[in-house]
Design a binder for this molecule. Structure first.
Ligand SMILES: Nc1ncnc2c1ncn2[C@@H]1O[C@H](COP(=O)(O)OP(=O)(O)OP(=O)(O)O)[C@@H](O)[C@H]1O
Ligand SMILES: [Mg+2]
Length: 455
């Protein structure tokens, strides 16, 4: 791999002298005459090393260093300092610079430091990739789900993983779509190749296009070197297109073409790149509605939706809640060094009853904050945010004094039915009466409540 080195210096001679020396060592060199354009180049994401002068008009080298360390952690910065300004070099080292060079420059030393910085950089990238792989394996093992709904999904994942079929994962936010995507990849024959993830909603149209397909050097202002796109990086592996419902029509056409022809061109390029990728896409939108309203291409939908996995919201698989509560409690107690061993029955019941509009992500966050709040060895309702503890309070049925027993019964039955979202079997179970009895009682009062569907 050829490394890209960015040199920022307001003195033309220094820039070009450095460039010539580094190009001789076999690196790609990119030049910037001031801090601002330098930072813009860093923002494109394909720079491997920055060499910056400290004293420049406009944005100083110190500011460049601060920006790079905060926004591109792991990207090494070497600073250049003039004669007799060793203090500022020391400050720069403290602020996170990889090393410094004093002017006039010793080119042998330059060559050595650059080589070392890039070796380090490569190691840390490898390390990060390894860690990401480990994390995704861990999350596969940790998909919790003993509910019938989840068992069905596991079975489906197992069955489709070995094929190359595109998989579309749908479901509300926080239900675990990404975990399922990891599992599809990790159980597939492609598991030793990369799983490349693209968060489609986070990028503007043009950035997304160059992220996905890459670009040639000079394709647009700032395209300082050729960049490989995610479809190319995912070759022989899988690509996870998250939030696929958010991309616009232009990019939709291009993705369709990759799915159909398994080939594409980089932005600004003519060479055709062939790629063998398994596509996994996810969305929390209703794509059929998007199609009906003209926002999503139907042909792309059919290509993506070869296998469809719908992950139901947590409120429709409440059987999973107790297991998740225990697992998250253990995890966060350990992480926070707390010895919390149980959760009392009120809190347990409230967590079970709550509707979890934010699904598992919300439950997880909620357990984490409760563990942090908890002072003893047992989680209680007080440790949870009011949304959960008060929700429980709302479940108390208010029956005014002075009613007849019949009238009070009606209120109680209707409230219970509402708490069970109109599900009559569950309501009958809670009331410990037969379904027929419940039906008769509801019929007597003309079914005042919108009781639904299921029977
Ligand atoms: N079955 C599960 N067992 C354990 N943890 C889970 C499970 N499902 C989801 N989580 C956790 O909940 C969080 C949200 O999951 P994930 O990011 O996969 O959801 P998502 O459906 O992709 O959400 P979004 O649509 O918002 O991107 C993650 O921290 C994940 O680890
Ligand atoms: Mg997601």
């Amino acid at each position: 791999m050829k490394f890209n080195i960015l040199i920022i210096d307001d003195e033309k001679n220094i820039r070009e002298g450095l460039a010539a020396a580094l190009e001789m060592d076999g690196y790609n060199v990119v030049l910037a005459a001031d801090g601002e354009s330098g930072l813009q180049l860093v923002g494109r994401g394909d720079i491997d090393l920055v060499i910056t002068d400290l004293r420049m008009p406009g944005i100083s080298g110190e500011e460049v260093l601060a920006k790079v360390t905060s926004e591109s952690p792991g990207l090494p910065v070497i600073v250049l300092t003039g004669h007799g300004t060793i203090d500022s070099a020391v400050d720069a080292m403290r602020a996170g610079a990889y090393d410094f060079l004093t002017k006039p420059l010793n080119l042998d030393r330059l060559s050595l430091i650059v080589k070392r910085a890039l070796q380090n950089r490569e190691l840390s990238l490898q390390h990060r990739q390894l860690k990401e792989e480990l994390d995704s394996n861990k999350s596969f093992e940790s998909i919790i789900g003993k509910s019938a709904e989840m068992q069905k999904i596991f079975e489906m994942v197992r069955r489709v993983a070995s094929s190359k079929a595109s998989v579309l994962i749908t479901g509300e936010s926080g239900v675990g779509k990404e975990l399922i995507a990891n599992a599809v990849h990790n159980l597939s024959p492609r598991k030793d190749k990369p799983l490349i993830k693209v968060h489609c909603a986070a990028l503007s149209e043009s950035l997304l296009e160059s992220e996905l397909f890459g670009h040639e050097k000079g394709a647009f202002t700032g395209a300082v070197a050729r960049k490989r796109g995610r479809f190319e990086l995912a070759h022989e592996g899988s690509i996870f297109l998250d939030e696929i419902g958010e991309i616009d029509q232009n990019v939709q056409i291009k993705i369709l073409r990759v799915l159909q022809d398994k080939r594409f061109e980089r932005v600004g390029g003519e060479e055709t790149v062939e790629t063998d990728v398994r596509v996994i896409a996810a969305t929390n939108r209703d794509l059929e509605k998007e199609i009906a309203e003209g926002r999503f291409r139907e042909d792309l939908y059919y290509r993506l939706n070869v296998v469809h996995i719908h992950v139901p919201p947590l409120r429709e698989r409440k059987d999973d809640i107790p297991l998740m509560v225990s697992a998250f409690l253990k995890e966060f107690a350990k992480e926070n060094g707390k010895n919390i061993t149980s959760i009392d029955s009120h809190a347990r019941a409230a967590l079970y009853k709550y509707d979890w509009p934010g699904n598992i992500r919300q439950l997880r966050n909620c357990m984490e904050s409760a563990v942090v709040m908890c002072a003893g060895d047992t989680l209680t309702l007080d440790d949870f945010p009011p949304t959960i503890s008060q929700h429980n309070a709302q479940d108390v049925v208010q029956i005014p004094a002075g009613l007849t027993l019949d009238a009070a019964e009606k209120i109680y039955i209707n409230e219970t039915l509402a708490a069970n979202r109109g599900n009559k079997s569950k309501t009958a179970d809670v009331l410990a009466i037969g379904r027929k009895t419940l039906h008769r009682k509801l019929a007597e009062e003309g079914e005042t409540l919108d009781a639904d569907t299921e029977d």
